[in-house]
Write a protein that binds this ligand. Sequence first.
Ligand code: ZN
Ligand code: ZN
Length: 97
Amino acid sequence: MADDFCEVMLLPSTQCDHCRSAQSKLPQRVYVTRGGSVYHRTPHCEGLKDGQRYARWKGHDVHDIESVPRSDVRARLGACEICRPDTPPPPATGRPF
Ligand SMILES: [Zn+2]
Ligand SMILES: [Zn+2]
């Protein structure tokens, strides 16, 4: 995929140490609900809860949260914009804010 090119190092991501270590920090398993269109980093994501609240409010069935391998869903679902399961956590700076 084109987005596997590192724009910082101008290398394919597979050859960029930074990207490879970032990839390894991404969650191996993510959380989805049946019928959901995005996947989540954590089952406690507000977006996930909102989706369930919305389904309940609309009178739809509320599906259980399932944990699935990220590689299974990343081709067909989007990443949640709240918990950002496709973005590695920022590197620790070692100093508290
Ligand atoms: Zn990179
Ligand atoms: Zn989420």
